[in-house]
Design a protein around this ligand. Structure first.
Ligand SMILES: [Zn+2]
Length: 223
């Protein structure tokens, strides 16, 4: 299967270089994520709309693959079902309509990344991203959201500041199994340790960055 995928990928890369030479931008009829999140683009992207459950901060930068957009909507709907009075989920950037570079990010180029606010204590609605290292974080609701995303999407990783991981981990260990937490969190290992779905990255004390894997049947997408 992998050999077949590599062969098709090779054909794609050849076709892309020929297309570039002839001035064409891309192969028509392909939809989804093309290439890597740091150096790819998006074809047939779907816009994540604001709704009763979701506030999209910048709609013009809220395009993703259908898989990503549907998984965010499913998680938001379940959050509302589990917490009927909850404030809406606050979502930052996904990608541009056709992907490609999007400041200030290195990734967010191929419709498989999105930024989302942490849930704040006292059901406070914050229409933006604020530092959660000083007692504002609602651990239970943020954890519920993470579990729903893991359920609805094939999550590659979640970027979360190490100090926020520590706050989450130390509260969650009171009612979650240590085995499960150690599988998902990088903490209490060091920030550079490449273990766990939830990993440290600078500047992620005020929001999480979530990336989903390429779908198995998407030959043009690179993890
Ligand atoms: Zn991001």
């Amino acid at each position: 299967m992998m050999k077949q995928k590599l062969a098709i990928l090779g054909t794609l890369l050849l076709a892309l270089s020929l297309a570039a030479c002839s001035g064409m931008r891309r192969i028509p009829e392909k939809t989804g994520s093309v290439g890597r999140c740091n150096d790819g683009y998006l074809v047939g992207g779907v816009q994540l709309p604001s709704s009763g459950e979701i506030i999209v901060l910048e709609p013009q930068f809220a395009y993703g693959t259908p898989t990503l957009v549907h998984s965010i909507e499913a998680a938001a709907a379940d959050m509302r079902a589990n917490y009927p009075d909850t404030v809406s989920m606050v979502v930052g950037h996904l990608s541009r309509p056709e992907g490609g570079p999007l400041r200030p990010h290195k990734s967010h180029q191929s419709g498989r990344d999105f930024d989302v606010a942490y849930y704040a204590k006292d059901n406070q609605l914050i229409r933006g991203f604020v530092d959660m290292r000083r007692g504002k974080l609602d651990v239970a609701k943020t954890w519920e959201f993470i579990e729903l995303m893991l359920e609805h999407a094939d999550v590659q990783y979640i970027l979360m500041d190490w100090d926020v991981q520590k706050i989450m981990y130390e509260e969650l260990r009171l009612f979650e199994s240590e085995w499960k937490l150690r599988k998902l969190f990088q903490y209490p290992r060091k920030p550079g340790n490449r273990t766990g779905v939830i990993r440290h990255a600078p500047s992620h004390h005020n929001h999480m960055h979530i990336r989903i894997h390429c779908p198995d049947d998407d030959w043009f997408c690179l993890d």
